[in-house]
Each structure stands twice: as structure tokens, then as C-alpha cells.
Design a protein around this ligand. Structure first.
Ligand SMILES: [Zn+2]
Length: 433
């Protein structure tokens, strides 16, 4: 079986570790645990899908595989890890996401994500991952509940390259939605998106991207932001929120300026109706968009969707635009839901800290997920092992079982042991000493 060195576990772990080595350590005095070791241990915690930090702490008794597989020299205790990571600025992890992305790009792993010619489809959505009435840090957002109690919470704007035909996604560095430095007010998804686009273009200045989002994003200021950063878009729209636009569509239909198109495929009837060059709303007549609505009719019933886009819609590209618009769900289904339900413990509180710990843990978990997704997309060994074991949850369980009981030099050998089987010879129970 051919292993692509840079797109299998060892190559990706090495890239992560190299990136962590570049993060400046601002601590003074003698340090027991190096910053790269603390970060790499945090990464290993999520890569191994440990249920808690305490479970990880148990592993310190036998740290051999953490040395050989993850390259951790000195494993921190749970308290040491929390203390060190709480002081790490989340932005410092950006370069690691970028390095992994470059490695995927160089390994030609991105090519299959192309859509509508040269583009990549970037799905964006916000999600919450922490809420508590007690635990909080200086970056928590705060809400007064009707009961008079205070709720502390964190959210993030998640972003991932998706493709309608592919199950795997490529997450980019999420933008934390947290109280911003010097601000009294809570942060919001729209401001997080502004920051996200700025940084996205610093990291990937020329990447041809189509952004796809839900109907909340279909407003003039947001579309101007997208254009400012040379981002194409396919955004959901709803009649209840975009009455002016839907009136324009009705008028276009009546006057014969709109187009319809029907295609029958796989027992489904796909009906399209589109109009190019319409103003988004009465107060922003300068923001012109192209409108696509779509009905999927099957024996089970009918589904309806509508989008706006800056692509000129034709009967040649309407089907692909529709598939791209519908692939937006992958940020929820294939990303957030996988993190919540496939063994990553997304909503579990591994420790909150006073400053950055909660955000750092969320970013390390997303990074571990990114590395897993690349293995799933590009590593035949991983694919074969996952297919044999049957589900991710079982794969992580079996991987953890081997990792903590037998010595390995690399993660690939664990996948091989699960795929081909293994034999333990010379089993001896030691005498009491
Ligand atoms: Zn907090």
C-alpha cells in the first residue's frame, strides 16, 4: 500500500510539531515543560480522543508512545498543561493551520475539492461549544437570563473547504467569537466574519474561493465585505427576510425576464428558476445579485431552496450552483456534528482557564480533526483501516487500546496492526518484587 509521507499521520504530526516549535514562549525563569511539549500534548489529547484531561494525565505513567508517535519529550501533568496553555495567544496557532494546509496543497490533496472551474467552496457558520452559569474567564461572553442568573458562553465561527461529492472537509483556523480586548459588549458572528476574512486573505491571498453561508449572511454590508476580499459567494435567502428581492423575482417571472430549467436525475426532478442582475433590497440598489431558486421533487416529497450568487446563472451551471449551495450543510453535518458525536467531545469542558485555555483547547481539537480529515481523504492505509473497523468511534477506541498497551514507533503501525492483525509473543507475568 502506497503511503504519501506528508499526508499520513507521521508527516502531519511532524508538521504540527514544527509549527508549535515556532510559537514564542513568553515565560521567564526556569521552565519544566517546554511550550511545544505542552501544545503537542494538548494536540495528542484530542488526536487520541481522550474523554478527559484526567484520563490523559494517567498516561504519564507510561509515556513511551507519546514520545515516539507524537514527539512529546516531557509530558505535562493536567495542571501543568492547563497553566501553560492558558497563557498562549490563540492567534499563535494560526501558522500551524496554514502549514498543514500548505502541506495538503503541495501533496495535491486539494485538487479534488475544486468546483466551478478553479474554485474551492468555503462553508462558514457559527456554533457554540461552551456555556456555564458558574465557570468563566475574562474572554467569556455574558448573557443575563430571565431567572436573573448569568450565563457565560463561548462560540466560534467555523470554516471548512467542502465539496458536494466528498465526505471529508478541510477546516481552516476558526475565528473565536469571544469578548474582544477593550470591549465591554459581546462579540457577534458578523464582526467575527470581518476579522475572519481579513486573516483568511493574509493566510491565503490568492486562493480562489466561493463562500457559502445561510440566509443570515445575505445582507448588503456582508456582501460588500466579501467583494472587498475577492471572495465569490452563494448565500441562502428566505422570502420572509428578503421580501423586496422576492417581489423583484415575481415581477421578472411575469414579464418573462426569468428562466426555468428542469433536469431529471436519479429518480429526482430538479426544477430551477433563475433571474440575473437584481437589486438585493430597496436601500442598497447598488448591490446587484443573481437569484436561483430550486425544487427537488421525489416520490418522498418536495424540498425548496433559494440562493443569491455573484456567478451569472445559466442552465449550464444552475445544477452545480445548487449542489454547491446545498453543500453548505457540511459545516454542520460533517464538521460540528462529527466533533460532537464521533468521539471528539466538542462540548466537553476539558478546562476553562482564566484567559485563553478554552479557546486554545477548541483550536487544538479542530487541528486534530483537520489532521484526521486529511488522513481520511489522502491516506490509503487510514481509509482501509477505517473501512475494516467500520466506524470512527470504534476506530478511535481500538487505536487508544493499542496506543496505551503496546509500544509503537508511529501511528501508521497502529493502523497496520488494526488492518492486518498482530501477534504478541513471549507473554510473561512478572514475579512479585
Ligand atoms: Zn470563557
Amino acid at each position: 500500500m502506497k503511503i504519501r509521507k506528508h499526508l499520513s499521520a507521521s508527516g502531519l504530526f511532524r508538521c504540527v510539531r514544527q509549527g508549535f516549535k515556532q510559537v514564542e514562549d513568553l515565560r521567564t525563569g526556569v521552565v519544566q515543560i517546554s511550550l511545544p511539549d505542552a501544545l503537542m500534548s494538548g494536540f495528542a489529547l484530542f488526536s487520541l480522543k481522550e474523554p478527559s484531561l484526567l484520563a490523559f494525565d494517567e498516561r504519564r505513567k507510561d509515556p513511551e508512545n507519546l514520545h515516539t508517535v507524537y514527539g512529546v519529550e516531557q509530558v505535562p501533568s493536567d495542571t501543568q498543561m492547563r497553566t501553560i496553555l492558558d497563557d498562549v495567544e490563540p492567534e499563535k496557532l494560526r501558522r500551524v493551520y496554514r502549514d498543514i494546509f500548505r502541506q495538503l496543497q503541495r501533496g495535491k490533496g486539494l485538487a479534488e475539492y475544486r468546483i466551478l472551474g478553479q474554485y474551492y467552496l468555503l462553508s462558514l457558520d457559527g456554533t457554540g461549544y461552551f456555556a456555564s452559569k458558574k465557570v468563566h474567564c475574562e474572554n467569556c461572553m455574558v448573557k443575563k437570563l430571565r431567572s436573573g442568573e448569568t450565563l457565560y458562553y463561548h462560540q466560534m465561527l467555523g470554516a471548512a473547504l467542502v465539496h458536494p461529492h466528498l465526505k471529508t472537509v478541510v477546516p481552516l483556523m476558526p475565528e473565536p467569537i469571544i469578548k474582544q480586548d477593550g470591549h465591554k459588549k459581546n462579540d457577534c458572528e458578523r464582526n467575527a466574519a470581518k476579522r475572519f476574512f481579513e486573516k483568511l486573505r493574509q493566510d491565503h491571498p490568492h486562493l480562489p474561493l466561493i463562500v457559502t453561508e445561510d440566509a443570515l449572511s445575505s445582507n448588503a454590508p456582508h456582501i460588500r465585505e466579501l467583494k472587498k476580499h475577492h471572495l465569490r459567494f452563494i448565500l441562502g435567502v428566505k422570502e420572509s427576510d428578503h421580501a423586496f428581492l422576492f417581489e423583484q423575482v415575481a415581477q421578472a417571472r411575469e414579464s418573462g425576464r426569468s428562466h426555468t430549467y428542469v433536469v431529471t436525475k436519479d429518480g429526482f426532478s430538479h426544477r430551477f428558476h433563475f433571474v440575473n442582475q437584481l437589486p438585493l433590497n430597496a436601500s442598497n440598489l447598488d448591490v446587484q445579485v443573481n437569484f436561483l431558486e430550486y425544487w427537488e421533487v421525489s416520490p418522498k416529497g418536495e424540498q425548496y431552496f433559494a440562493w443569491i450568487t455573484d456567478f451569472t446563472i445559466t442552465s449550464q451551471n444552475a445544477y452545480t450552483l445548487m449542489r454547491a449551495g446545498r453543500a453548505r450543510w457540511k459545516i454542520e453535518n460533517e464538521t460540528f456534528n462529527t466533533l460532537k458525536n464521533q468521539g471528539y467531545h466538542f462540548e466537553h469542558n476539558f478546562g476553562h482557564g482564566h484567559a485563553h485555555l478554552s479557546v486554545i483547547f477548541a483550536l487544538l481539537m479542530m487541528l486534530a480533526f483537520l489532521v484526521d480529515q486529511i488522513q481520511q481523504a489522502a491516506c490509503q492505509l487510514f481509509q482501509a483501516t477505517l473501512a475494516k473497523v467500520g466506524s470512527k468511534k470504534r476506530l478511535w477506541e481500538k487505536m487508544r487500546g493499542l496506543f496505551f498497551h503496546l509500544p509503537f514507533t508511529c501511528m501508521e503501525d497502529i493502523w497496520r496492526a488494526l488492518l492486518y492483525g498482530y501477534k504478541i509473543s513471549g507473554f510473561v507475568i512478572l514475579e512479585e518484587t
